[in-house]
Ligand binder design. Structure first.
Ligand code: BGC
Length: 765
């Protein structure tokens, strides 16, 4: 194939090459009929196929396809096998709908719960998002259909999304905003990566040579093509130079001409254009290998959507009632009041380019009714479709709740609240919904709240009044059935939060830097996003990352690490026995977080580095093994410009949520890295002494420096004449500045002396 592609490139005219690098329509590549280069069709993504009826237009009528749960829900399964199954089903639908590449998954981090597209993204944690993305991509691509990993990079809000300049430091980028992309590229090779709309540190993502060429293509060995987000390219020639191979949507005659002219004038090297052409042709021909057409298994895929919804829904609260068992699962009730508009009109997806035309939709009320046996179900709307206030609807619901044994309140945010294109402005339910829950709970202590939303909502105003809360998310077209399965106990809930639910908006890590202004947003919280922030601030949250209840109980025992002392390159394996100690079969997600006891640079309190989901019958015990590799212990050092490990002690936290640590294992890491010396003229005394090479050359002079300090400042160590510990003070001064005070005691000028030490430390002398 390579030779064939090379010979096609050799036969292409400059105009043909430039045209290939821009779409022919909103969803297709430009074919080169003369050379038998076919067109390739792409469609949105990510939780269903949005194949437009007319792919040659920007119209919005899409063909029916399964609407799977959105990413907040599927991520809460923490189930890589299920993600793979989801991917494979999407691949099959793509084939049936004649689609070559699905525009997804989206792996942007949830920097703030207000992000308009959070429902399309997996998590606030890069490790979890990366693992899920790998499985999703492998699933789709196992069918011979491509994916588009999006939106690369640091695209975490909708406010000014076409132009905002994300100001983010290198370490934060490497540790928080890039790793999910990195893992997905290295372990799953998506056919395409989508460059985002925003700028990153002053440069448009589509033109970002460091991000696209140096990191994505060269460092991570991305083999596919980079496509621009739709309409993201400002300067086509700059984007080609940066690494954006394919501009979408097309056609863009003016842009094509600009590329031709740039090559002719020498501004753009034709080899750069050829490289983009090569990448595009490779994927176009790869897509051609999978024959398209046929039908997909509508019922089978609906069943997969139902399974994902059931495993992704999170039982947030299920408090025992006085003298009774927890309220859920429902049993023995005769009269059930079903309240809330979303029980009748399922709220199962968000707005924007991911909006799917479902093959069918399960209605929660009907699904509940079909499982209710002898119980009678009644319904009250409870709130209107918009955010207006209707006391009459509340009064009606209260009447029903009062005369029933139990009330189920289904709450969905108005559908326009969560969408691509704009962010939320608060975490609140509508005033009507809050009043409804409060009023119903007052007359009916057995009240369950079922939520349908794409990201966290505030609950402080009513949480204490209700014993049970089920987070049903944007649950996909089969979510109604999944809800009913869980509420009636036919399925044991096992979802765990892939993001923290904060108590209030002002607690959130990005609050002071959200959403930015004057064209810029500063990621001032740095590494401290999601639980990394709440942990380090010791701040209470509504529900922690990783939280999710079950109808059964689990114990953890026999926790072990495969080694007490280990080398970074070997990593280690954590094992723990998990036992189902309750009466119902269930699944548990075991999470392993790593805590570095001491590090050269500040690190979050703990970081998720492994997890496993295990299915257990009542009374059953299974061992769970989780492997931790080099990266589980490393952090990115902006001065070394690489991931580094340091000798020292780590705690491995085996947990059932970020706040519920079951066991702690202490281990010791031996670093095998031979780091280059980064000392320079500005390095402080402490930095010299912390660096092994620095210490070797400065160490012999250190007592003399101390002695000089004593002489100059009368410092006797414990109590100096100036009321301070002089060596502590000079520790944070550049070595050269300290020595300037000690000139007489040195054999040469301090600057020359430091240069000589530097030469020795760097191995130049
Ligand atoms: C969105 C992408 C989407 C593309 C095509 C853009 O506005 O940001 O996620 O894939 O449109 O619909």
């Amino acid at each position: 194939m390579n030779a064939e592609i090379q010979s096609i490139i050799a036969s292409m005219t400059l105009e043909e090459k430039a045209a290939l690098c821009t779409g022919a329509s909103a969803w297709t590549t430009t074919p080169v009929k003369r050379l038998h280069v076919p067109e390739m069709i792409v469609s949105d993504g990510p939780h269903g196929i949005r194949r437009l009826r007319d792919i040659y237009s920007m119209g919005h009528q899409s063909l029916p396809a399964t609407c799977f749960p959105t990413a907040s829900c599927s991520a809460s399964t923490w189930d890589v096998e299920l993600m793979r199954e989801l991917g494979a089903a999407l691949g099959e639908e793509a084939i049936a709908l004649n689609v070559d590449v699905i525009l997804g998954p989206g792996v942007n981090m949830k920097r703030s719960p207000l992000g308009g597209r959070n429902f399309e993204y997996f998590s606030e944690d890069p490790y979890l998002a990366g693992e899920l993305a790998v499985a999703f991509i492998n699933g789709v691509q196992s069918k011979g259909v491509g994916t588009s990993l999006k939106h690369y990079a640091a695209n975490n809000q909708e406010f000014q999304r076409f132009s905002i300049d994300t100001e983010v430091d290198e370490r934060t980028l490497r540790e928080i905003y890039l790793p999910a992309f990195e893992k997905a590229v290295k372990e799953a090779q998506p056919w395409t990566v989508m460059a985002s709309y925003n700028k990153v540190n002053g440069v448009f993502a589509t033109e970002h040579h460091t991000l696209l060429t140096e990191i994505l293509k060269n460092e991570w060995n991305f083999e596919g093509l980079v496509v621009s987000d739709w309409g993201a390219v400002r300067d086509r020639v700059a984007a080609l130079k940066g690494g954006t191979d394919w501009e979408m949507p097309g056609p863009q005659e003016r842009r094509v001409n600009a590329v031709v002219e740039a090559v002719r004038s020498g501004e753009l090297d034709e080899a750069t254009l050829d490289e983009s052409v090569r990448r595009i042709l490779r994927i176009v021909f790869k897509a051609r290998e999978t024959p398209k057409g046929g039908a997909f298994d509508v019922d089978g895929h609906h069943a997969i959507a139902r399974k994902i919804a059931a495993e992704g829904m999170v039982l947030l609260k299920n408090a025992p009632l006085p003298q009774e068992e927890p309220l859920l699962p429902l049993r023995g009730h005769r009269q059930i009041a079903v309240i809330g508009r979303s029980a009748e009109t399922a709220h199962f997806q968000g707005g924007g380019s991911s909006h799917i035309n479902p093959t069918r939709v399960d209605v929660p009320f009907l699904e509940l009714q079909s499982r209710a046996g002898a119980a009678e179900l009644t319904y009250a709307q409870g709130y209107p479709a918009d955010d207006s206030f209707r006391q009459d609807l509340i009064d009606q619901a209260v009447g029903l709740a009062r005369s029933s044994d139990v009330a189920l309140i289904h709450i969905a945010l108005p559908s326009y609240k969560e969408s691509e294109g704009y962010d939320r402005t608060d975490l609140d339910l509508t005033a009507q919904q809050v009043a409804l829950i409060q009023a119903v709970a007052k007359v009916q202590p057995k009240t369950v709240v079922v939520l349908n939303n794409g990201s966290p909502v505030a609950m402080s105003a009513w949480i204490d009044a209700v014993p049970a809360i089920l987070e049903g998310w944007m649950m996909g077209q089969a979510g109604g059935a999944a809800l009913a399965d869980i509420l009636f106990g036919q399925v044991n809930p096992c979802g765990k939060l892939a993001e923290t639910f904060p108590l209030k908006l002002s607690d959130t890590p990005a609050h002071l830097n959200w959403p930015g202004g004057a064209g810029k947003v500063r990621y001032g919280e740095g590494l401290f996003t999601g639980y990394r922030y709440y942990d380090s601030k010791e701040m209470p949250v509504l529900f922690p990352f990783g939280h999710g209840l079950s109808y059964t109980t689990f114990t953890y025992s026999n926790a072990k690490a495969s080694a007490k002392t280990f080398r970074d390159v070997d990593g280690l394996t954590v094992t723990v026995d998990v036992t189902n100690t309750g009466h119902m079969a269930g699944k548990e997600v075991v999470q392993v977080y790593v805590h570095d006891r001491a590090s050269g640079l500040v690190r979050p309190q703990k970081e998720l580095k492994g997890f496993a989901k295990v299915s257990l019958h009542p009374g059953e015990t299974k061992p769970v093994a989780i492997k931790l590799d080099f990266r589980a212990f490393a952090y990115y050092h902006p001065e070394y410009r690489q991931w580094i490990t340091e000798d020292g002690d780590f705690d491995l936290l085996i947990a059932s949520s970020a706040d519920h640590i079951r066991h702690i294992l202490a281990v010791t890491l031996k670093s095998t890295l031979d780091l280059p010396c980064i000392l320079d003229r500005e390095s402080t005394v402490r930095e010299w002494m912390a660096d092994p090479r620095g210490k070797a050359v400065l160490g012999p002079f250190y007592p003399q420096m101390e002695e000089q300090n004593r002489k100059t400042f009368g410092d006797d160590g414990a109590e100096s004449s100036m009321g301070l510990n002089m060596m502590d003070m000079v520790g944070d001064m550049p070595l050269v500045s300290v020595l300037m005070w000690q000139q007489g005691a040195l054999p040469m000028h301090p600057e020359d002396f430091v240069d000589e030490l530097l030469a020795q430390a760097h191995g130049r002398a």
